[in-house]
Design a protein around this ligand. Sequence first.
Ligand SMILES: *Cc1c(COP(=O)(O)O)cnc(C)c1O
Length: 381
Amino acid sequence: MKFNTKTIHGGQKEVDPAYNSVMPPIYQTTTYKQVSPGEHKGFAYSRSGNPTRAVLEQSMASLENGTHAMAFGSGLAAIDAVLKLLIPGDEVITTSDLYGGTYRLFTRIYAHFGIKFHFIDLDQLAELNQFINPNTKLVWIETPTNPMMNIIDIEAVSKISKKHQLLLAVDNTFATPYLQQPLDLGADIVMHSATKYLGGHSDVVMGTLVVKDQELARRLYFIQNASGAIPGPQDCFLVLRGIKTLHVRMQRHCENGRAVAMALRNHPQVDKVYWPGFSDHPHHEVAKKQMKDFGGMVSFTTVEGTQESALKMLKSLKIFSLAESLGGIESLAGHPATMTHASIPKEERERTGVVDALIRLSVGIEDDQDLVNDLHQALGD
Ligand SMILES: *Cc1c(COP(=O)(O)O)cnc(C)c1O
């Protein structure tokens, strides 16, 4: 089955054996009648498993070419479950260019439980080896990165991880399985904030993990059930509905992202534009190799280069809404320095390129010319 069919049918035989409804029913139930103790139709209690959630999990496993998936109450809850594979004394290698909430979970929760995190620069990835010691257990990466749109070579990192028997987890939120499938490139775990493109309509918060190894699936399922950070059946239904149009939405997000990136680049009031589709983007070749297209996220700075100029532009936008989050059908604009990345110290933030003048766009699926015109008027045309 090709990807564009999998979004609609993947992993979804017989979603409703009772009445053959084409969408799975929302099984809003906590428990299930048993014939005799332990004898039931596969579900006993909805933390451990729920039929609506099971359909979503099977769909996710199919989209990422994995064998097992688990859904969680948020993206961070999914990351939290991965970290619970570790024990005190274990070490994690990750990059400094990381989603702010992931950074906070690592440094302000798990560091207190005796897990050590090494934040290395992206250009040090080739020398990943030198950060590995017998305590290293996990490599955690995100690509494209937020908000600088750096690209990490998943296959290259997975070769090193495999050699040292480390788990490699990839946060695939920005790319979605439409653009890139990390398990095929050698990753062990794919994580999503389904809140973003998978849900796609800015109306549900959720996270997922997908793996292709039976034993790893067993351990993560144990954590999902034992820690209990599961999503409700209504939310599972909404994400499943979102997934059914993922391919058409992503195609348009990519087209509009391209139109916006090009228009910004040609505008005299714009200084730098960060989008991996430019042939002079430093990681363009890697992006071309591992991604189908370049996505709908674009960051840029204006020539004035000040926080004031960025805020003035953001407030003048009419179609783009000033808001956190990304990946929905509507276009959003944000100011990472004071919004998504405010918890990162200024010096650290600016070193990775998140300057006060940086604006991040989540380009939606509206008419591309309307979006370009909105940016032009906000830039003072
Ligand atoms: C939003 C996001 C998360 C966290 O997901 P939530 O659903 O908000 O908990 C993790 N990684 C990336 C890249 C994100 O954009």
